[in-house]
Ligand binder design. Structure first.
Ligand SMILES: C[S@@+](CC[C@H](N)C(=O)[O-])C[C@H]1O[C@@H](n2cnc3c(N)ncnc32)[C@H](O)[C@@H]1O
Length: 391
């Protein structure tokens, strides 16, 4: 971390030693295991793998997405084993330092996290990337309803913390933003819905509460839900109504304007629509490929596709160094199929063998890395597999 003029700093037991790990030279090498193609899987520890990739790909990655262990204290298939905050921070810090070196000047890094480490992660990343590179958090709705054992409130969401390699890094428009709104009408300009000219929640204003006569001779007025307490108003003032009278649509008691469907829109911070999927959608994606879930809590392909669509252009390189079942690479393949892009992906996943009684083992996979490889192939990705050896 570059010493800066920060007035506060995150400290934890083992910080100095963990930062030194980022600077220690790589001890292993990358060995090609099999296959060839624009998508790569590297089996091995990500700290070592990132160091080995840096000479070739440092400064070239447009988008990094990671879904690290959340440190929940529960044992998952892959073991969420970083019990203390200090150990979790020591695990993350050197990897984030290396991640930053992989990013292109306009690169973005997105990190999934829940309430256990969100606050620490944001401060840690602020130290590594810089205050002015913090773009913000996306909130993903991971489940809807269902029973909960929570003491206080049931947590339905998690975070995706977004930083840029440099200040001002921006995202692409969301081309699917309007897919879930209904646009039932069409004219020569395209699809549209009707939007009432009177609005209840903009705040009352005398000058925005006047009668408008339609071409049918019928006079329409602002509709107040409670005429005793006027709260509604027109969205247009009298001058605009006069100037743009032809654009108004008079139907029954109301006046409307046309709300045209836009080709795309700025991506929003709340990812709550069904189009982003939920945790169970992620499980379903794996069941569709393998007949069983294989791994707990995989991210849905739809969520990953949305992030790829808004963060990586058609020729960009996408990296996930906590790849798990390979949902990021799957998202990359899905978006390439959608827009004809040639995005490449790199997935890094430890090759530690799964528990003998795990679902992955029952399916004949030795490790989650093997699941990841098979998934990328089944999703149509041409894959080159590498292994970190001698580390
Ligand atoms: C939360 S899971 C990622 C799940 C993934 N997003 C998906 O949708 O399938 C985190 C993954 O990171 C892997 N992992 C943990 N520590 C690692 C390390 N040091 N190097 C490489 N992979 C690691 C774990 O084995 C686990 O599969």
């Amino acid at each position: 971390m570059t010493p800066g003029p920060e007035r506060y700093e995150l400290t934890w037991a083992g910080k100095r030693a963990s930062l030194a790990l980022a600077e220690a030279p790589a001890s292993g090498t990358l060995a090609a295991v099999d296959g060839d193609g624009p998508h790569r899987l590297i089996k091995g520890d990500n700290l070592e793998a990132l160091k080995l990739l840096e000479p070739e790909l440092g400064g070239q990655v447009r988008m990094i997405y990671i879904d690290p262990p959340y440190n929940t204290g529960e044992a998952f298939t892959y073991r969420d084993m970083y019990q203390g905050h200090d150990r979790w921070l020591s695990m993350m810090a050197p990897r984030l330092i290396l991640a930053r070196r992989m990013l292109r000047d306009d690169g973005l890094i997105l990190v999934s996290i829940d309430e256990h480490e969100h606050r620490n992660l944001v401060i840690l990343m602020t130290e590594i990337f810089g205050e002015d590179c913090y773009i913000g958090d996306l909130i993903w709705k991971k489940k809807s309803g269902g029973a909960s054992q929570a003491f206080a409130f049931a947590v339905d969401h998690e975070y995706i913390v977004v930083f840029g390699r440099n200040p001002g890094a921006s995202m692409f428009d969301d081309t699917q933003a309007n897919v879930s709104t209904r646009y039932p009408h069409r004219d020569e300009r395209g699809l549209y819905s009707l939007e009432r000219l009177d609005k209840q929640n903009l705040g009352y204003h005398d000058s925005l509460d006047f009668p408008i006569e339609g071409p049918d001779g019928r006079v329409r007025t602002v509709h107040h839900k409670n005429p005793e307490r006027k709260q509604a108003r027109w969205r247009w003032n009298a001058e605009t109504v006069k100037a743009r009278y032809d654009e108004l649509i008079f139907r029954g008691r109301f006046v409307y304007t046309r709300n045209y469907r836009k080709a795309s829109a700025r991506p929003r911070s709340l990812l709550i629509d069904a189009r982003f999927g939920r945790t169970r959608t992620g499980s379903r994606n794996l069941i569709d490929l393998f007949g069983t879930e294989v791994l707990d809590y995989p991210k849905p392909v739809r969520l990953m596709a949305h992030l790829v669509r808004t963060c990586a252009g058609p020729d960009d390189l996408v990296l996930d160094f906590f790849a798990g079942s390979g949902s990021t690479a799957h998202g990359v393949l899905a978006v390439n199929e959608e827009d004809g892009g040639r995005r490449r992906s790199i997935s890094i996943q430890t090759d530690v063998p799964c528990e003998p009684r795990s679902k992955a083992r029952k399916l004949g996979f030795q490790s989650i890395a093997d699941v990841c490889a098979e998934r990328i192939r089944r999703a149509g990705g041409e894959l080159a597999v590498f292994e970190v050896v001698g580390a």
